[in-house]
Design a binder for this molecule. Structure first.
Ligand SMILES: C[S@@+](CC[C@H](N)C(=O)[O-])C[C@H]1O[C@@H](n2cnc3c(N)ncnc32)[C@H](O)[C@@H]1O
Length: 246
């Protein structure tokens, strides 16, 4: 998987090299990342990438040409070019399923907007998909791009130490993850659930499944409904859900 990122603040992505799961994955070549600054594809001395909006109003608009020239440079550099994604509050809300689907591509270009907007003609001519991190407005697309990269990279086989770690994460089976505990066994008078200390893996798995169902029912009942529709709930799950509702 290769990410090509168009951003006027490429230095923001240096944080990825700092370490953690994603930094180590980059070091071990589980994925590749290249930043492209549209200022390098301008023709004036000031390397202008934005201008005032037609029709007036506050804020500047990112010009289509430097962005499009950057995209052309990416295409010339690559034999395989996948979807061009614009980070935007107008986009489809990013989620785990989208992370899984996007991983099918060998390459993705992420375009990070800045200022008030990106010229609509660049979007119409070049963007395959607009993705939003949520219903709020950030100053730029860099943080959403990094969030997407993080979510996707941890799904690449071999990136997480334990191959089952990602599978047990929230959303992977349609539910929220169960609660977890570590040492000490008693912390400030609060005790680890005894089932986790018994060593019976089948019973522990059963308890974890129930705790996942409970957390999801309490916090995200919409996910329970979606899991039901997708046939992800067993008759045992349904019995448990009935019992907690009662
Ligand atoms: C200040 S925002 C522009 C917001 C725009 N005027 C609007 O109201 O929709 C600048 C850039 O930040 C990025 N951005 C802001 N919020 C985002 C979000 N929730 N998800 C993804 N990208 C976002 C986009 O790339 C956007 O072009």
């Amino acid at each position: 998987m290769r990410f090509d990122i168009i951003s006027i603040f490429p230095e923001m992505f240096e944080i990825i090299h700092a370490g953690g799961v994603v930094g180590r994955a980059l070091e071990k070549h589980h994925f590749a990342l290249q930043t492209w600054n549209p200022r390098a594809y301008t023709t004036d001395n000031r390397k202008t990438v934005d201008d005032r909006a037609y029709g007036g109003g506050p804020g500047m608009v990112m010009m289509a040409e430097p962005l499009e020239k950057t995209l052309t440079a990416i295409k010339q550099d690559q034999s395989k070019v996948g979807p061009v994604v614009l980070l935007s509050p107008h986009g489809r809300r990013f989620d785990q399923q989208m992370a899984i689907n996007l991983l099918q591509h060998e390459q993705i270009t992420l375009v990070c907007g800045r200022y008030e907007a990106v010229d609509q003609r660049f979007i119409e001519r070049n963007v395959d998909l607009e993705i939003s991190l949520g219903d709020f407005v950030l100053s730029g697309g860099e943080i959403p791009a990094m969030a997407m990269i993080d979510a996707m990279v941890r799904l690449i086989p071999g990136v997480l130490g334990d191959k089952d770690s990602a599978q047990q994460d929230s959303f992977m089976d349609g539910l929220l993850d169960c609660p977890h505990y570590t040492r000490p066994e008693i912390y400030e008078n609060s005790v680890v659930p005894s089932v986790l200390l018994g060593g019976n893996h089948a019973i522990i798995e059963g308890w974890r499944r129930e705790q996942s169902l409970l957390a999801t029912q309490l916090r995200r009942p919409d996910l329970i409904e979606a899991a039901r529709k997708k046939g992800l709930l067993s008759s045992k799950d349904e019995l448990f859900l009935k019992s907690i509702q009662a």
